[in-house]
Design a protein around this ligand. Structure first.
Ligand code: SF4
Length: 391
């Protein structure tokens, strides 16, 4: 075994908080910059933050990098190149690492994608959401379906062999039929991975302020969309490995699996979250504070927005909350090996009623959600985990 392989592994998340225009449902930390200067400063600050962390991560092998946003491909090739070079300079990233970049159609072109590929990026996650123009408009997306197809085509020509496509259901003006059309259009392109998210109306978004006027599909239709999508995708070789994520065999996203397995990751950039050496912490969402806190040598701005060391009850709750999102669920022996506590005593009895109702499957080795259970997983987990931590 080489020295590199014997090091513990680490995921790196890099947040790029810029978009060309803001979608009506979005509450991510992203904004439309009014000048190129802020992008330059943000890139400088990101690189300074990498340098700050470089030594602390020396003992780690970074086996996944994820540039998310916002829209990373909003940046031009020069900024993206600087960020990627700084990553290689400051962290131990083997050639085998999974390096993903989120991409919004209408912010990329063939040249940019080819440069990303040459710079070591080997996975592209393209935000489509819908193949129907009226739904794209209703979401406030800036691209057409045709532009998505061009991006997809460019990505394949640029050499990307691992492409994921984001699709949404439960969106305004969507019907079961129009959603089926989106799934059919997307799967006909044969991406390697599909993420399927339900629309959530987040406070503070334009959608929240006109919630009552949105033409949303009813709950039964939304449920049917999810259940039918799971069957449809399975029949086309996409295995569900997490509530919202489906992949061809061997193409599950290594980086996202780290979150659900409670493995260590470091988040860099505004609003990024980390789980590192037993602590969870996050960076400020305020871009100006983030830049000034890093760039101004004697600044007293603390870019850390929150920091918690994770106690054992919280660790167990988190492990169950995240692990239950996975198709494989929580393995009882893995849980007991990790925490030295009986899963049955801590959580099993609280899950019994959901096992009886068919929402949870318990086979003696693991606890996992059925498809109907996945659809209501938030409700089940919040009831079980609150009781679990009090019990
Ligand atoms: S492209 Fe993504 S990050 Fe940007 S506004 Fe739309 S949903 Fe939000």
């Amino acid at each position: 075994m080489s020295m590199l392989n014997s090091k513990p592994s680490l995921g790196l998340y890099i947040h790029i908080p810029f978009c060309r225009s803001k979608c009506d449902y979005c509450d991510f930390c992203s904004f439309v910059p009014n000048s190129g200067g802020i992008v330059e400063h943000y890139t400088d600050a990101l690189i300074l933050q990498m340098e700050d962390w470089s030594d602390k991560c020396r003992g780690y092998r970074v086996d996944s990098v994820y540039l998310g946003g916002g829209t990373p491909t909003f940046l031009d090739s020069r900024h993206l190149g600087r960020i990627l070079n700084a990553l290689y300079d400051n962290f131990s990233i083997p050639r085998s690492a999974e390096i993903s970049v989120e991409c919004n159609p209408a912010t990329d072109d063939f040249k940019k994608l080819r440069k990303l590929k040459r710079a070591g990026v080997n996975r592209l996650s393209i935000g489509l959401q819908s193949a129907n123009e009226n739904e794209l408009r209703a979401l406030g997306r800036i691209h057409t379906y045709r532009q998505f197809e061009e991006t997809y085509d460019n990505a394949r020509r640029a050499g990307f062999e691992n492409i994921s496509v984001d699709v949404m259901y439960g969106i305004p003006d969507q019907t079961e039929k129009s959603f089926a059309h989106t799934l059919s259009a997307v799967t006909s392109l044969a991406p390697d991975h599909i993420s399927l998210y339900a629309l959530k109306i987040e406070d503070g978004t334009p959608f929240a302020s006109r919630r009552d006027t949105l033409n949303l599909p009813d709950d039964d239709s939304v449920y049917s969309m999810y259940v039918n999508a799971v069957k449809y995708l399975a029949a086309r070789g996409y295995e569900r490995y997490e509530i919202s994520n489906f992949a061809k065999r061997g193409q599950a996203c290594l980086h996202n699996l780290k979150y659900w397995h409670c493995d260590e990751y470091l988040g860099l950039g505004a609003s990024a979250h980390s789980y590192f050496k037993g602590e969870r912490f996050s960076t400020t969402r305020n871009i100006r504070d983030y830049i000034d806190g890093l760039e101004i040598i004697d600044s007293d701005i603390d870019i850390v927005a929150s920091r918690d060391s994770v106690g054992s009850d919280e660790s167990m709750d988190e492990y169950v909350m995240l692990g239950m999102r996975l198709e494989e669920g929580v393995n009882i022996r893995d849980f007991e090996g990790r925490f030295g506590v009986s899963f049955a005593e801590k959580y099993g009895h609280l899950l019994d009623e959901y096992v009886e109702d068919g929402f949870v499957i318990a086979d003696g080795e693991s606890y996992r959600f059925s498809t109907s259970g996945m659809f209501v997983s938030n409700y089940i987990l919040s009831s079980v985990l609150n009781l679990g931590s009090n019990g």
